[in-house]
Design a protein around this ligand. Structure first.
Ligand SMILES: *[C@@H]1O[C@H](CO)[C@@H](O)[C@H](O)[C@H]1NC(C)=O
Ligand SMILES: *[C@@H]1O[C@H](CO)[C@@H](O)[C@H](O)[C@H]1NC(C)=O
Ligand SMILES: *[C@@H]1O[C@H](CO)[C@@H](O)[C@H](O)[C@H]1NC(C)=O
Ligand SMILES: *[C@@H]1O[C@H](CO)[C@@H](O)[C@H](O)[C@H]1NC(C)=O
Ligand SMILES: *[C@@H]1O[C@H](CO)[C@@H](O)[C@H](O)[C@H]1NC(C)=O
Ligand SMILES: *[C@@H]1O[C@H](CO)[C@@H](O)[C@H](O)[C@H]1NC(C)=O
Length: 269
């Protein structure tokens, strides 16, 4: 195993150094132009990122598998979220990322400043509303002909992927990073394989909560994985200081964690 990990890291480094990011199927883009398209799904703006073989097509493509991307509070406007969706698409997945906040995502420039009261913002986007949007999008994806659905969730979205991994909710295989407000009851209801990326410096999903999640998943005999990244703060799988080598590693390795998980449990599961 160590030799495989080394090989992978070397090929990614070589690829990033020599070729354009678009030619690196296993790596995450840190910058560039988003390659996906927005479509209006019953009034919800939904970002679609297609695998390379299907890009440029106007026809709604039917694939065996797809990934539902449930964002953080910065939502679809955040470049890093669209680049993450594009990166998963380059790994050969159709990725569907809805605007959960109907045009009211938290602006990244003023996350907690006086311009935005997060308590009021949360009250405008209650759980039942988010559940309803995800239900609509899950139905939309299955209506396209998708047979098995993966889910990725970051921060805010890290609560909703487990919610939709409960029986008959729609997500078969999940990956979450630094989840917010994830309840024990939501973990206990998970049916399929779940992979979790946790940051050492994330107070929101701290060591107590992570160990609690591990205890529950182990007790249920779930197919699960938890990876703990040193020096990684809340949000690390989406937004990092690329000049900080621990943070940069945490973002890149957690992306690989997600791709390996889906290649194993979504494609072949
Ligand atoms: C999106 O579609 C809905 C109907 O499905 C329509 O009412 C709405 O005007 C559309 N919005 C945009 C921005 O096209
Ligand atoms: C991409 O996935 C499709 C099915 O979803 C498969 O037919 C194709 O071989 C895959 N391509 C690569 C390069 O893995
Ligand atoms: C944010 O809004 C809540 C509810 O309206 C209010 O109680 C609170 O004082 C506000 N916080 C700030 C910093 O304005
Ligand atoms: C983690 O957070 C929970 C909930 O806020 C708290 O009860 C617990 O003491 C925290 N654990 C650590 C190690 O800070
Ligand atoms: C746990 O799950 C695995 C895989 O499904 C199965 O082979 C094993 O028997 C289970 N263990 C227990 C104790 O149920
Ligand atoms: C990262 O380092 C480069 C080169 O030292 C510098 O130009 C850039 O501003 C730094 N970026 C951040 C976000 O600190």
């Amino acid at each position: 195993m160590p030799s495989m990990i080394r090989l992978c890291a070397i090929s990614v480094a070589a690829c990033a150094g020599v070729l354009a990011a678009a030619s690196c199927p296993g790596s995450v883009s840190h910058d560039g132009q988003p390659a996906g398209v927005f479509k209006n799904v019953t009034g919800i703006q939904v970002y679609h990122a297609y695998p390379p073989s299907q890009s440029g097509s106007n026809i709604e493509i039917i694939t065996e598998n797809a990934i539902l991307f449930i964002t953080d509070i910065y939502g679809v406007p955040l470049l890093q979220n669209r680049l993450l969706a594009d990166s998963l698409a380059r790994a050969n997945y159709t990725v569907i990322m809805p605007d959960l906040f109907r045009g009211d995502a938290v602006p990244v420039s003023s996350p907690e400043g006086p311009a935005l009261n997060l308590t009021e913002w949360r009250a405008r986007h209650p759980e039942h509303e988010i559940d309803g949007i995800i239900d609509t999008i899950v139905d939309y994806i299955y209506d396209l002909g998708v047979r098995r659905l993966g889910g990725v969730g970051y921060c805010f979205g890290g609560k909703y992927v487990p919610r939709f991994m409960a029986i008959n909710r729609g997500i078969d295989v999940g990956f979450i990073a630094h989840p917010s407000n994830l309840l024990s009851s939501e973990i206990e209801a998970i049916v399929g394989p779940i992979s979790i990326a946790a940051g050492e410096l994330d107070g929101g999903f701290n060591s107590t909560l992570r160990r609690n999640a591990e205890d529950i998943l182990q007790k249920m005999n779930s197919t699960y994985q938890t990876n703990l990244y040193s020096g990684a703060p809340h949000g690390f799988a989406v937004r990092v200081d690329l000049n900080n080598s621990r943070q940069k590693y945490a973002k890149e390795a957690s992306f690989q964690q997600a791709v390996t998980w889906f290649d194993t449990w979504l494609r072949r599961g």
